[in-house]
Every structure is written in structure tokens, then in C-alpha cells.
Design a protein around this ligand. Sequence first.
Ligand code: SF4
Ligand code: SF4
Length: 79
Amino acid sequence: MAKRQVARLEIDPRLCKGTEGCSICLDQCGEGVLGIAPGFSPRGVHPAVVVELAKCTGCELCVIHCPDLAVNLVLSEAV
Ligand code: SF4
Ligand code: SF4
């Protein structure tokens, strides 16, 4: 079976409600890929951000569990 590879992983700061009130994606990720943005988003909160993309396994748990559909993951198949 082909191994999953991450082509792109982004969190949309316009959609993320902020880590002050939600840390579901951070809690779901056991790889330490996600963190808290040091600055404020346009919504006035600290959104989740990608801090260690190389560690991402492409498991999609953060995508599936984000209630605000803020996580955008694009996978590519490697042979
Ligand atoms: S689960 Fe979604 S809304 Fe919650 S902190 Fe993560 S990206 Fe933001
Ligand atoms: S896809 Fe999986 S490993 Fe990658 S950031 Fe989301 S929860 Fe973490």
C-alpha cells in the first residue's frame, strides 16, 4: 500500500475560533505538529498553527474533529 504523504497542512485563522476556547486539534494530534499562534488572528484570538509539519503523519484526526472546518490537509500518494 502506498504511504501517505502530506502535501499541505494549513489552519485558516478566519475559521479557527481560537485556542483560548478550543484545543481539539492540539489534543487530537499526538505528534506535536500543531501549536498556538503567538499573535492574534483577525478574530482577536490566538488560532492554532502548524509548527512541525515534518512530523505530520496525515492521519486526518485534526481535520475530522475540528468543529469549525478550519484545518485543510492535502495528501499525496507516494510510491
Ligand atoms: S479544533 Fe479547529 S477551531 Fe479548535 S483550535 Fe483547532 S483549528 Fe481552531
Ligand atoms: S493529520 Fe494527524 S499528525 Fe497531522 S497534524 Fe493532524 S492530527 Fe497531527
